[in-house]
Structures are given as structure tokens and as C-alpha cells.
Design a protein around this ligand. Structure first.
Ligand code: NAD
Length: 556
């Protein structure tokens, strides 16, 4: 049960300012980031403890949340709290160098790793779905995914459209916590985005947060707006209410001039995908009443949805799976050509992963936007020659509305992340920043995830499903002194399809924090370099050689 008596939903907001409510900043960082994940400005459905990504939760129940908060408040600098799928299960004496929190979410033994078994256990109150940054307390609102989405659409622009999306129309669906970044990422790349969602409140929310420009009255209106903007090469994002499984085939039938097609509905969880013939208002009751029937209906609808995507590809559009496993669900729904288009990682992101590049992020525990503005300036000073980074940081400063604690994301690679972390730590020490900074990343990173339909799809050596890498990643981050470390199963693409790890470091201005940050922020992206070098990617092998990442087998 989400709510046990005495532990009802309430409005959660992280403390702000430089005063501790716990025994130290490492604990305070964990407390504030846990609370921030559930802030109504951050979480998609805070009452149900759902942060984003279908049912990705920060805590298993309100009772578990209360116990974690109470424990973090008294936790000492040499103690570690253990969290098992969103519930605190133990506190052990460790050391100052050890993480203050260790988290394992949604992990199931291989043969049992499916949604049916997961839901049975969830129903019994034994587990929760942690998604990626929901259960590991480093979700920073839709901005977190904005940079990655901006990078992806930038790569699409470079690959197919001469470096800009100006004069193109992108069709997509899903305006949730992650998917809501798509419209802004497309307009940041100067294109037009046509975004379908069956939940009109998500469209309104994205407009309120400035991620989406306008809401169309209906599909005709949406198409009219899109074509007019495209013809003027004017960036515009348009939300339209509808079921993607109906709208995509309709647009294909009408021969709509779509250049790029993708999707970010919550396809990884068939109970979070609205099937054809079901009213959005009945979705929750019907999925609860008969999950097996609902799953079949959702998979059949995804088959129609993906068939339209393949149809657009046949007509020359650039089509890709955006990491929600819709191809596999469509295949299960009976569509044989579901894997005709690639996933976005092999198509655009892998070369970045090869050099340990990935989504570096940080949040200002002070709550003061001026602290993020100061770190933005620090990033520009640290990396003056990186034009792409400059463009992003400048645009993000202008266009990104903060949700919850002010935060920033940018992609940095091996050799650069620890420099940024150390600089932030100095800024905390000198008083330039008003309070410490929480530095973390998505689990979708170069060396922290095994996910054969997404991050590790089509690895050169066929090692897509090898999950030793994320486990080693969590172990090395624990050994290196991260403030909290997590191991999850099923994030992004759903049960049975991924294993991944996260880490967060609190830059509290101390010498000890500096030593930990240097180690974690070197070794964590280093995992990406060695993982890709091991798979035979030359760029990763060269990166390791040039930047001194040791790989024993290459030293023989
Ligand atoms: P979410 O649950 O917050 O949002 C999903 C949205 O899809 C909701 O607004 C819902 O109303 C809408 N939707 C559901 N069925 C629909 C249908 N048939 N037609 C139209 N709209 C429909 O999820 P999210 O956090 O936005 O994540 C979306 C997906 O992307 C998930 O599968 C997630 O695992 C995946 N994901 C991708 C990345 C990436 O980097 N590409 C990262 C994280 C998550």
C-alpha cells in the first residue's frame, strides 16, 4: 500500500538555504534530493510517490518515506542507510569514505524478471519500480532529459538535415516527465515538433513550464500550424490531444509531410500505454481491473503505432526508437517489422559514450538560482573551447524554467567531469555558492547500464546483455566515495530488459569531498571508456590510451 494509516500523502518540498537539518551535508544532500524528487513541481504524480517514467517512485510508501527522512536526520558521518526498493531496511556502521546511502531497486532474479511477477510482488508491498533517477533521488525535472534530447535531435540534424532542423517537422508522442523535453529540444534545434498525448493535462503542464509552445484544437489545426511554421523555417512546438496509435496511422494515411518520427509514450510498461478503444478517463480502472487484457490491447495498439512509424520510414523519414521499448511491445502485439528502425543509441549516441561522455548534472542545495548561474559561468570558464557546450549552457540559462531545486545538466566526458566537480567544491568552500551542490547523473550513461534495446543495443562484440558492467560501476563508485550509490533493474525499458547503476556526490566544500569527487568523477565515466574499449570500439581504445585509462589486457 502506498498509504498506510498515519502516513497519508502530503506536500513535500526540500529545505533550502545553508542550514543543516541533519548531521552533515552528505546526509542533508540525500534528504533534500529525496524530497526534491517528490516536490509537486518536480514529480509527475507526487501523491502516489511517482516521480516520472510510468510508475517510477522515490519511496515505496509514505511510511517508508517518513522512516527514511527520520533516519537521514540522525544518520552519522560513519553510518550507511540501506534502502531496498524504496524502503529503509538497515543502518550499518561503515566509514567516512563510505556512501551514506546504498540503494537497490526493483531487482529480480533472471527467470522472475518480468512485469507479471514484479506486479505480484509490488502488490504484496515487497518492491517498487525505481525507474532510473526516481528511486535514486537525482531526478531534476524534465531538464534532466532535455540536454540528452537536444543532443539526439542535434545528431539527427547533422546526419540528415545539414546541421539544423529548420524547415522540418518532427512527429512524436508522449509529453510526460521525459517525453516533455522533446518539443523544446526540437525547437532548440530550430525545427517544428508535432506532439501527441492522450492526457491533456500533460500538454498544459508542458506549456506552463515553457517546454511546449501551443496546444492545437484538433489534428487538422495541428497540421496547419506545423506546415505554416515549417514553410517559414520558424521553430514551433505543437501539442495535440489524441491516441498515438490512432493519430500516427491517420497522418500516414493523409501523407502528412513528416520528416522525423519517434515516440516517448510509456511503452516500456504496457499498463501505462493507452490502448485504442479505451477512454483516457477509464485507463486507470481498466488497467487495474484486467491487466492481462489491457496488456494485450496495449501491445496490439503499439503494433499499429509502430507500423505507422515504419510506414513513415518507408517514405524516407528519419525514424528511431527513443528508448521506451515500443519496438519489442509492438513485436509482441504481432507486428513483424517492428525492429526495422534503430534505437537512438546505436544511431546517434554511441560515439559520445565511447569517450565516456554522458549526462552530468548538478543541483543547488541552497535553492538559489544564482548558485546555478554561478556554476554555469564556471563551466564556460573551465571549457572555453567547447562551442557546443557554450551554446547549450547559454540556451539553458535563457530557456529552462527550474523545477524544484535549481539544477543544470550538460554532457561532459572522461577527464572533464572531475574538473567541474572540483571547481564546484572550491566554490562552496570559498562561499561563492550559498550551499553545497549535489552532483550526479542519469543511469543512461556511458558505463552504467546494460540495456539491449537501448544503451547497449547492437554492441560491436555482441555483449548487449552482459550486466557485469553496471554492477562494477556501482561497486567502483562505492569504493571511490560517492555519497549515495544505487543499483536498479528495469529502468527505461521495463522489467527484464535493463540493469543500471547511479551515483551522487555532495560537493560540500571540504577537503574530503574533493578527494572523493576526484575519484568518483574520474572512475565513473572511466567505466564508459573501458566498457566500450572492451567491446572493440577504436575511439574508446584511443581515448583510454590518450587519457591514461588503464586496461590490463591492452598493456600486455
Ligand atoms: P510518463 O509516464 O511521464 O509519460 C508518458 C506519456 O505518454 C503520458 O503523458 C501519457 O499520457 C502518454 N501516453 C500513454 N499512452 C499514450 C498513447 N497511446 N497515445 C498518446 N499518449 C500516450 O513517462 P516519461 O517519463 O515521459 O517516459 C516516457 C518513456 O520514455 C518511458 O518508456 C521511459 O522509460 C522512456 N525513457 C526514455 C529515455 C531516453 O533517454 N530516451 C529516458 C528515460 C525514459
Amino acid at each position: 500500500d502506498i498509504s498506510t494509516p498515519g502516513h497519508e500523502p502530503r506536500t513535500v518540498r526540500a529545505p533550502r538555504g545553508a542550514e543543516l537539518t541533519t548531521q552533515g551535508w552528505q546526509q542533508e544532500g540525500a534528504l533534500r534530493m529525496l524530497m526534491n524528487n517528490l516536490d509537486p513541481d518536480v514529480a509527475e504524480h507526487p501523491d502516489a510517490l511517482v516521480v516520472y517514467g510510468g510508475t517510477g517512485r522515490a519511496a515505496r510508501s509514505w511510511a517508508a518515506f517518513d522512516a527514511m527522512v527520520a533516519t537521514l536526520k540522525t544518520l552519522r558521518d560513519d553510518e550507511t542507510m540501506l534502502v531496498q526498493s524504496g524502503k529503509p531496511v538497515g543502518v550499518f556502521r561503515t566509514s567516512e569514505w563510505a556512501p551514506r546511502v546504498l540503494i537497490a531497486n526493483s531487482n529480480l532474479v533472471g527467470d522472475w524478471a518480468n512485469w507479471e511477477e514484479f506486479r505480484r510482488l509490488e502488490e504484496l508491498g515487497l518492491t517498487m519500480y525505481g525507474q532510473m533517477t526516481a528511486g535514486s533521488w537525482i531526478y531534476i525535472g524534465t531538464q534532466g532529459i532535455l540536454q540528452g534530447t537536444y543532443e539526439t535531435f542535434g545528431a539527427v540534424a547533422r546526419k540528415r538535415f545539414g546541421g539544423t532542423l529548420a524547415g522540418t517537422i518532427t512527429l512524436t508522442a508522449g509529453l510526460g516527465g521525459m517525453g516533455g523535453a522533446q518539443p523544446l529540444a526540437v525547437t532548440m534545434n530550430e525545427g517544428v515538433a508535432l506532439c501527441v498525448d492522450c492526457d491533456v493535462t500533460r500538454i498544459d503542464r508542458r506549456i506552463a513550464h515553457k517546454y511546449l509552445d501551443v496546444k492545437a484544437e484538433n489534428l487538422d489545426h495541428a497540421l496547419e500550424l506545423a506546415i505554416a511554421a515549417r514553410d517559414e523555417r520558424r521553430p514551433l512546438s505543437i501539442g495535440v490531444e489524441g491516441n498515438a496509435a490512432e493519430v500516427f496511422p491517420l497522418l500516414l494515411e493523409r501523407d502528412a509531410p513528416i520528416d522525423i518520427v519517434t515516440d516517448q509514450t510509456s511503452a516500456h510498461d504496457p499498463l501505462a500505454y493507452l490502448p485504442l478503444g479505451v477512454d483516457f478517463s477509464d485507463m486507470k480502472t481498466m488497467s487495474e481491473k484486467d491487466p492481462i487484457w489491457f496488456t494485450e490491447q496495449a501491445q496490439q495498439s503499439m503494433a499499429a503505432h509502430v507500423a505507422a512509424m515504419v510506414g513513415f520510414q518507408d517514405r524516407g523519414a528519419e525514424v528511431f526508437d527513443y528508448g521506451n521499448s515500443i519496438r519489442d511491445e509492438a513485436r509482441k502485439g504481432g507486428f513483424e517489422r517492428a525492429f526495422d528502425f534503430p534505437g537512438f543509441v546505436p544511431a546517434y549516441i554511441r560515439p559520445l559514450f565511447e569517450e565516456g561522455l554522458g549526462p552530468f548534472r548538478w543541483a543547488a542545495l541552497s535553492g538559489d538560482p544564482a548558485d546555478i548561474a554561478a556554476t554555469d559561468r564556471a563551466i564556460l570558464e573551465l571549457f572555453p573551447d567547447n562551442e557546443h557546450l557554450r551554446r547549450w549552457i547559454t540556451m539553458a540559462g535563457e530557456k529552462v524554467a527550474f523545477e524544484g531545486l535549481p539544477a543544470r545538466i550538460c554532457w561532459l566526458g572522461y577527464g572533464d567531469r572531475h574538473r567541474a566537480g572540483l571547481r564546484f567544491n572550491e566554490m562552496v568552500a570559498s562561499g561563492e555558492l550559498k550551499a553545497p551542490i549535489a552532483i550526479g547523473r542519469d543511469h543512461l550513461d556511458s558505463g552504467s547500464v546494460a540495456s539491449p534495446y537501448r544503451e547497449t543495443e547492437s554492441m560491436r562484440d555482441g555483449s548487449d546483455a552482459i550486466a557485469d558492467w553496471p554492477l562494477l560501476n556501482a561497486l567502483v563508485n562505492t569504493a571511490s566515495g560517492a555519497s549515495w550509490v544505487s543499483i536498479h533493474h528495469g529502468g527505461g525499458v521495463g522489467m527484464g530488459r535493463s540493469i543500471h547503476a547511479g551515483q551522487v556526490c555532495i560537493a560540500d566544500g571540504t577537503e574530503l569531498a574533493a578527494r572523493k569527487i576526484e575519484a568518483v568523477l574520474t572512475n565513473d565515466p572511466g567505466m564508459g571508456v573501458i566498457r566500450h574499449a572492451d567491446a572493440g570500439y577504436e575511439h574508446a581504445i584511443d581515448t583510454a590510451r590518450e587519457r591514461g585509462v588503464r586496461i590490463p589486457m591492452n598493456e600486455q
